[in-house]
Design a binder for this molecule. Structure first.
Ligand code: PLP
Length: 452
């Protein structure tokens, strides 16, 4: 026991001294150290270095979709590393894991989305999609099309383009100003996208922005089918189709960021499958390997690749780890397990339990409202007065407090409090069973009671 305590103390001190954490206040980290040092995981559970067990109600960063401790994924990585640890994908080099994975992903994506470009993660995938969109228009003789529209509150990552496309202002305030080529539209203005130019928010809508800027200057729009980090917002019925139609009308490419939604999180292969919409490109990362190893990529319609093969030019874009053999081998095994174990059926069955439990929170807790879930991607909101939608004083940190009360009771959730909102996100591993989901909600119920 003493040994354990001294190991935790040692790790805490080393962490404070040497480890600069992403998305963390450096001052707090430097002074207090990490609140949890995770040491191992099994299924929906993880343990910290002191041996306490937590339920992972967020699949960590919405990515550990098959849950922790899946030995087959580890075995797939080991086998691949023993066989071929690395091969280039540049200049015509190729290898079986990347070839097979590109075919597999193409078979899962809608319609003629049959071509895959690999990256190491989601931010790189989105930056790649933006470059490919602009390149496509350049090849078609329309190089003025180089602006990208995204949605306010949308999250697309932290590389150059993906930060600019991110509609959560905090990310762009780190080192502003953001690139003027990225424009943010108000999300989910269905009437405007359907053509209502008299709507008071028309100028803030995707349609309004395309029409003001001139379609000849717009390369693409990007959006998450269901907004994740911005607050788990589901679009109104018909919205994605309206955007698809708008993109066709204005000849703008539609990119969907499937980095959270992809590979079963919403009970379907991709988020867009919930509305039967086919984008021109979609980006993926997290769930492709259930977080066991970094991987991301862009899936595109054949017409985009076809434009490139009309020239003899080199595609001057690519990462050393584009199509890393081990990442691809793990992704192939991950997708095989999802199919073999009917994981998406589980998601669709558990969605009902998830929604019923969310409803119980609304029934039993006076501040809880606007709960929602698609598959195992859900959230609820907290208001000081929910009937009048009166928010809590920002000083209260309501969603943070609730998440903290749950953490004290060994449940990991996520608080979303951009722009004064108080949203609690819940996204358990896709293998969670009924008892585990009920266990999560029992703790949320206790956490809310402690907060009230
Ligand atoms: N897009 C979405 C919707 C995300 O949720 C994330 C990460 O949370 C990203 C892009 C960025 O991915 P990464 O952190 O792998 O760069």
């Amino acid at each position: 026991m003493k040994n354990l305590e001294s190991k935790v103390n040692e790790l805490t001190e080393l962490d404070k001294e040497h480890y600069l954490h992403p998305l963390t206040p450096p001052k707090m980290q430097y002074e207090q150290g990490p609140p949890i040092i995770v040491s191992e995981g099994n299924g929906v559970y993880v343990k910290n270095e002191s041996g306490d067990t937590f339920i992972d109600g967020m699949s960590m960063l919405w990515n550990v979709n098959l849950g922790h401790g899946q030995e087959e994924l580890g075995d797939a990585a080991k086998e691949q590393m023993k066989t071929l640890a690395f091969s280039s994908s540049f200049n015509g080099y190729s290898h079986e894991p990347a070839i097979r994975l590109s075919q597999k992903i193409a078979s899962m994506a809608p319609e003629d989305m049959n071509v895959v470009f690999f990256t190491s993660g989601g931010s790189e995938a989105n930056d790649t999609a933006f470059k490919l969109a602009k390149y496509y228009w350049k090849l078609k003789g329309q190089s003025s099309r180089n602006k990208v529209i995204s949605l306010s509150r949308g999250y697309h990552g932290v590389a150059q383009g993906s930060t600019s496309a991110t509609g959560i202002t905090e990310f762009n305030s780190l080192v502003g100003p953001k690139s003027p080529d990225y424009l943010h539209a108000e999300p989910h203005l269905l009437d405007c996208e359907l053509g209502d130019r008299s709507h008071e928010d028309y100028h803030k809508s995707v349609r309004g922005i395309i029409e003001q800027e001139g379609p000849e200057n717009i390369a693409a729009i990007i959006l998450e089918p269901i907004m994740g980090a911005g607050g788990v917002f589901t679009p109104p019925e018909g919205y994605l189709q309206a955007l698809r139609d708008l993109c066709d009308e204005k000849d703008v490419l539609m990119i969907t960021d499937e980095i959270i939604c992809g590979f079963g999180r919403t009970g379907k292969n991709f988020g867009v499958d919930n509305w039967n919409v086919t984008p021109d490109m979609l980006t993926f990362a997290k769930g492709s390997t259930s977080g066991y190893i970094p991987l991301g990529g862009v899936v595109m319609r054949e017409k985009i690749r076809d434009e490139m093969v009309k020239t003899d030019d080199v595609l001057f874009h690519g990462f050393t780890y584009s199509g890393h053999p081990t990442s691809c081998a793990v992704a192939l095994k991950n997708l095989e397990i999802i199919e073999r174990d009917n994981v998406m059926d589980n998601v669709n069955n558990m969605e009902q339990v998830f929604k019923a439990e969310l409803q119980k929170l609304e029934d039993n807790h006076p501040h809880v409202t606007k709960s929602r879930a698609v598959g195992l991607l859900g959230a609820f909101e907290l208001y000081a007065d929910r009937d009048k939608e009166k928010p809590f004083d920002p000083e209260t940190g309501a969603s943070f407090q609730v998440v903290d009360e749950c953490f004290k009771r060994n449940l990991i959730l996520r608080s979303i409090d951009w722009n004064g909102s108080n949203i609690v996100a819940i996204a358990p591993p896709l293998i969670a069973n009924k008892e585990e989901i009920e266990e999560i909600f029992k703790i949320i119920d206790e956490g809310l009671t402690a907060f009230e």
